[in-house]
Design a protein around this ligand. Structure first.
Ligand SMILES: *[C@@H]1O[C@H](CO)[C@@H](O)[C@H](O)[C@H]1NC(C)=O
Ligand SMILES: *[C@@H]1O[C@H](CO)[C@@H](O)[C@H](O)[C@H]1NC(C)=O
Length: 505
């Protein structure tokens, strides 16, 4: 009896401590930056998202969106005091999001200023003189200290555009440089969200200078196409529709790197939403991105209620309906998904599209992934599991598993055996000398896209390690083959040079 009582007592004592336990975040080492739209709290029914719905273990950074700029005083301000602040029985959003760090010490929590609705003009004025910049920066320092944010994310959309002026490009660099100088002694984080269109990248940003002062650069790699094109198109194509097409994730990232941006500072933005279209002609047999004409406005989702836009959670609700009229398609060229029901089309990132972009980010050694925005992921868990999620990873595995180069690479790779790797959550392991791929299993029944971001990051990093070793083996084999055509002294000389080269580079 005493034992039972003791056990009960222990359980009773454990219950609150389990509740208040310290929880971890992503283990793969890449940044996972999650924007949180504070206005998602006003969405109806299952679309309503508050901080209680957030799962902070899925992210390394949270960015509370948005604060604004007072255009007369040039100081940072809350755009929704009731939602953001505590006074007058407000919802205390700032305090609550920062408080998540107590249970999730891995988290960095910053606040974004700007966004589309704030426009560009007031930022242009603020950035135009050293005095107004100083006023702004002082207000930011007070604000961050008051609410205990870890830093600021600049979302000026966009310097030199939408009512801005040509000087904005240089003034933006000054603003970022001076902010960084104020932040550095306090170890505050300075990041920015940048537009991904070619024209915006060229006219708004001095990229190599921005890369010097910003800690992370969040590339808004979405909204490449929408009803404004007059034709149907992918919201966020990984690859362009033809070789000349500059509206793609691939072009954006290559361009940024070519301009001197450090890859490890680049964070690839992923949309947790799609773009909707209404075809001019519902009877169109073959739908073609970039060709098939559409009406001037797309349709709305039931929660976000914005024409031409649909959250992944809303798309999910449509698709998971058993009597759903939607037909799923995969567009290989752009590596994106779309749904069609007669005249209605939704182009969007399904888990497979997200996994393809994560692989691209990892292959290009980027700093990580960003999502806009976590509140339109399937946070209620209505989607279920998508069998297509890791299709491309399995296809690549099946192609490489019988490659003789892989057998050679496995000798030097030192992959662990399955039992040990299972424990560490590793996807690839060695079993009886053979490479095995064990797909990551969902840890949660909701947040399908966010879980895909993290699982695909682990998969892509491990896959890259294997593929890199295979190409190293391949290079060495080629050298040996080339050398077999040489005379003995030539060969010795070449081998010694190679050895010296390998030692020093
Ligand atoms: C800007 O700040 C001033 C001074 O605090 C205040 O009187 C004014 O109402 C603010 N304007 C806006 C639009 O918030
Ligand atoms: C499912 O789709 C059918 C056909 O479009 C519709 O009538 C029904 O209301 C939908 N059910 C739900 C739960 O949305």
């Amino acid at each position: 009896m005493a034992v039972v009582l003791c056990l009960l007592l222990i359980f009773a004592l454990m219950a609150p401590s389990l509740d208040g336990q310290i929880l971890g975040g992503p283990m793969h080492g890449k940044a996972v930056v999650c924007y949180v739209a504070s206005w998602a709290a006003y969405r109806p029914n299952d679309g309503q998202f508050t901080l209680d719905n957030l799962q902070p273990a899925l992210c390394t950074h949270l960015v509370y969106s948005f604060a604004g700029l007072n255009e007369t005083t040039f100081t940072i301000k809350s755009l929704d005091p009731w939602q953001d602040l505590e006074k007058d029985y407000g919802k205390a959003g700032y305090k609550r999001i920062v408080a998540l760090k107590e249970r999730y010490p891995h988290l960095k929590v910053t606040i974004a200023i700007g966004g589309w609705n704030e426009g560009s003009e007031r930022y242009s004025k603020m950035a135009s003189s050293p005095e107004t910049r100083k006023t702004f920066i002082n207000s930011v320092m007070i604000f961050l200290n008051q609410y205990k944010f870890d830093g600021l994310d600049l979302d000026w959309e966009y310097p030199s555009k939408r009512g801005g002026k040509p000087d904005d490009k240089a003034n933006y660099v000054s603003l970022v440089k001076e902010l960084k100088e104020a932040f550095e002694p306090k170890s505050l984080i300075l990041t920015a969200a940048l537009g991904a269109g070619k024209e915006t990248m060229e006219s708004a940003y001095d990229l190599s200078k921005l890369s010097r002062y910003l800690d992370l650069i969040h590339m808004m790699c979405y909204d490449y196409h929408g009803t404004w094109d007059g034709v149907v198109g992918p919201n966020a194509p990984l690859r362009g529709l033809d070789n000349e097409d500059v509206l793609s994730v691939e072009y954006t990232v290559k361009y940024m790197i070519s301009q001197g941006v450090s890859p490890y500072k680049l964070v690839l933005g992923l949309p947790m939403y799609g773009r909707t279209f209404v075809l001019n002609d519902a009877s169109t047999k073959r739908l073609q991105f970039g060709v098939t004409p559409v009406e001037s406005a797309g349709f709305k989702g039931p929660y976000t209620r914005e024409a031409g836009f649909m959250g992944y959670n809303e798309i999910c609700a449509e698709v998971s309906n058993k009597s759903s009229p939607w037909e799923y398609h995969w567009h290989e060229g752009s590596a994106t998904a779309y749904l069609r029901d007669g005249a209605r089309v939704i182009s969007y990132d399904d888990p497979r599209a997200i996994a393809a972009k994560v692989k691209f980010a990892v292959d290009n050694n980027l700093g990580g992934l960003m999502v806009w925005s976590i509140d339109t992921d399937d946070f209620r868990g209505h989607c279920g599991i998508d069998d297509r999620t890791f299709k491309d990873f399995t296809d690549r595995y099946n192609r490489m598993v019988n490659d003789p180069l892989l057998q050679e690479a496995l000798k030097t790779l030192k992959l662990g055996d399955e039992a040990r790797n299972l424990h560490r959550g590793t996807a690839y392991s060695l079993t009886d000398g053979r490479l095995e791929l064990r797909l990551p299993q969902p840890q949660l029944s909701n947040y399908q896209l966010m879980q895909t971001v993290n699982a695909a990051t682990t998969l892509a990093l491990e896959e890259k390690r294997i593929l890199d070793e295979m190409s190293r083996v391949n290079r060495d084999n080629e050298i040996v083959q080339t050398l077999s055509g040489c005379s003995r002294p030539e060969r010795s000389l070449a081998l010694v040079s190679l050895l010296i080269y390998k030692l020093f580079f």
